[in-house]
Design a protein around this ligand. Structure first.
Ligand code: AHR
Length: 673
């Protein structure tokens, strides 16, 4: 049969062709419909210059046994090992026998012929009231520091430190020792990496400097211990045994090179410190008392971290500020607000000394050398004031049940603003709690919100800030993470993180600052208190999780203007029976010459999109493409397989309009010129 249309004779075969063509064009339209239009012509809103930063605290052996280069745990023998008692919150269990046989994280080469006793009298100074009296029955016996699961032995490395020693006055029966040998050796004691003899002990405490340098031919190993060995039979009293690895930028009392390099790669605009729960402490005595964390590290008493172990406070306020400086950012300091984790708090006039303490702390950070605390900072080796624009009052104070928060915040706010009107004050109660606690909006400059979520929750909330009130306070997302994978997060988490970062970046007019938490974990058994962390390490090596690499990609490729993106027919994914979210997430920014488009495909199927650049005058035909992907969302990096998932660079054909296929489970950045 023949059909006639507009005087054209149409055969059945032609009709079939026409139907196929119509189908094809519908497909083409459908393909076309999954489109992102980048309104380059409307890119006016500024990207927050403080958007991506860092946050850490003393958790997961982040400083002690992590970032801080002092390598000897329990250096003043403050903690004794109680064989009957489990440790809870750093204290021996009171229901167990109270006898002790050795200091924690120290071993004896012979448990019969080496006798040790903790001395709590006549300490070398107020900060180190404890010492260890040791009696060696014969030469060659020793006490051995386990380190933080070993020591980082590498070739041609100078480890510098000291011991404080004296002849014991309380051990009159034994002959005083005349010399000791300090050595880095393999755990079995059979291989010596470096050693030094120390002699000249007297009846008074004296400092003996140590420098242990490894050979040029030395292979990397963490199979190492610090041996303090008697050269004769006799007694000695020891305290404050320290050994420092080389540090980033050769800072004295500095920070670990590889971890600092990894953070510098993240281009942080700030470091939020000191916490986290670490700011508050379990009780008043164990809050972060900044004045106890400055000056000579040998004179810092240290305190218990709420995460179950002791901090020496060797990484204190000045080291925090230098860390920010050395990685290219500025400090964001949290000041103690009178709440501790046990729920105890001080109020009214009792809070006033803490307000003064906060003002002193701010002065230590940013005051010039003519101010009282600026002069102390200069004495500590840093005459230049640090830049400081944001001060946070407390941490997660929405936990408060006493109803004292609004008044307390106001007192801090007014005192700080009166002295430093230029500072922005951050409240820690979160956006919704802020309303319920009836804090008048104009009093709050910025609100710190914390989000620990699974990947699905990140997808569900990946447009959260698009609808925030632009007239309200700014947001600091001061702790956030997609908690998938342990000890460090996996690709599934990286996808959730990237979806969340796309939200923060697209809305960085309101979400002006953000930092992931926790940043670090020591992956040795017993090193972790909080599963799902960004960067893992042992004493020798370190690696970034896929989440780490996602953050590097987001902060490295960032413009100064937000590009509005119009999305059409973006594919969806089912989260559960009644719930769905986008399968693809996106954000774009630009600067004078480049556009940075970030695309996240959160599902296991490739996604085809059309990208349209509205307002682009000329576009180079090839864009740089940076891609992070894996076959399975549970894939990850580890200390043994550190670079399983890392970003790969290639090129992508682009134009004013171009198709792109996003690989399954992938994060893609295009740099379009
Ligand atoms: O990041 C771990 C903890 O989570 C922080 O110490 C605290 O602020 C939050 O509850």
């Amino acid at each position: 049969m023949k059909l006639k249309k507009n005087n054209t004779v149409i055969t059945a075969a032609t009709k079939k062709l026409l139907v196929m063509a119509a189908m094809l064009s519908t497909n083409a339209l459908m393909l076309h419909a999954q489109q992102l239009t980048l309104r380059l012509d409307k890119a006016e809103t500024e990207v927050s210059p403080m958007l991506y930063g860092l946050m850490t605290e003393e958790i997961n052996y982040s400083y002690e046994g992590g970032l801080y280069t002092q390598l000897v745990p329990n250096p003043s023998f403050a903690d004794m090992f109680n064989p009957g008692g489990r440790r809870r919150g750093g204290r021996p269990n009171p229901n167990q026998p109270r006898y002790t046989v050795r200091p924690e994280r120290w071993q004896l080469t012979d448990t019969v012929k080496v006798k040790v006793r903790q001395n709590r009298q006549n300490g070398m100074n107020d900060a180190n009231p404890t010492s260890l009296v040791v009696n060696f029955e014969q030469a060659g016996l020793g006490i051995v520091s386990e380190g933080y699961w070993g020591f980082p032995i590498r070739k041609s490395t100078a480890f510098k430190g000291a011991i404080y020693a004296k002849q014991p006055t309380t051990d009159n029966n034994a002959a005083p020792l005349t010399s000791l040998t300090i050595a880095l050796k393999s755990a079995d004691g059979n291989t010596t990496y470096a050693e030094q003899r120390v002699s000249g002990f007297t009846n008074d405490w004296k400092k003996f400097d140590i420098e242990l340098t490894t050979q040029a031919t030395q292979a990397d190993t963490k199979d190492a211990r610090l041996f303090i060995t008697a050269d004769q039979a006799g007694s000695i009293e020891l305290t404050r045994v320290t050994l420092y690895a080389p540090s980033y930028k050769n800072r004295k009392n500095g920070l670990r090179v590889d971890l600092m390099e990894m953070m510098a790669e993240m281009r942080p605009k700030f470091v939020r410190f000191p916490g986290g729960n670490y700011l508050e402490g379990n009780n008043f005595a164990n809050r972060f008392d900044w004045k106890q964390t400055i000056g000579n590290p040998d004179e810092r008493p240290g305190h218990q971290s709420p995460w179950g172990y002791r901090s020496t406070d060797g990484l204190g306020l000045l080291e925090f500020c230098q860390w920010a400086e050395d990685t290219g950012g500025e400090p964001v300091v949290g000041v103690f607000a009178g709440y501790v984790l046990s729920g105890d708090h001080l109020d009214g006039d009792y809070i006033k000394p803490f307000i003064q303490d906060a003002l002193d702390e701010i002065e230590y950070i940013m005051g010039d050398v003519t101010t009282k605390w600026g002069a102390v900072r200069a004495r500590d080796g840093h005459p230049e004031p640090f830049p400081l624009h944001y001060v946070e009052i407390g941490n997660e104070d929405f936990f408060d049940r006493s109803g004292s928060y609004p008044n307390r915040f106001k007192m801090f706010y007014e005192a700080i603003k009166a002295r430093y009107p230029q500072l922005q004050i951050i409240s820690t109660v979160g956006y919704n709690a802020l309303k319920s606690k009836a804090i008048p909006n104009p009093v709050v400059d910025v609100i710190d919100e914390h989000y620990y979520r699974n990947a699905f929750d990140m997808y569900r909330n990946a447009f959260q800030y698009d609808s925030y009130d632009r007239k309200g306070p700014k947001i600091f997302c001061g702790e956030w993470a997609t908690r998938e994978g342990s000890p460090t997060t996996n690709m599934n988490a990286a996808l959730g993180d990237a979806a969340w970062m796309s939200c923060m970046e697209r809305n960085s007019d309101i979400c002006i600052m953000s930092c992931y938490a926790p940043l670090f974990v020591n992956v040795e058994p017993g090193g972790m208190q909080w599963a799902s962390d960004l960067i893992g390490y042992d004493v020798l090596n370190s690696y970034g999780s896929p989440s780490y690499w996602a953050q590097v990609m987001f902060s490295k490729y960032l413009g100064d203007r937000i590009v509005p993106v119009e999305a059409t027919d973006i594919p969806k994914q089912k989260l559960d029976r009644n719930d769905e979210a986008n399968a693809v997430f996106y954000t774009a920014t630009k600067d004078a010459n480049k556009t940075y488009l970030k695309l996240v495909n959160a599902v296991g199927d490739a996604q085809k999109l059309t990208i349209k650049l509205d307002g682009a005058k000329k576009v180079k035909s090839k864009a740089k493409k940076i891609e992070l992907k894996s076959a399975r969302p549970e894939d990850t990096n580890s200390i043994d397989n550190p670079r399983n998932i890392v970003p790969k660079e290639s090129t992508q054909k682009v134009g004013k309009q171009f198709p792109i296929t996003l690989a399954p489970y992938s994060i893609t950045v295009l740099v379009i010129e």
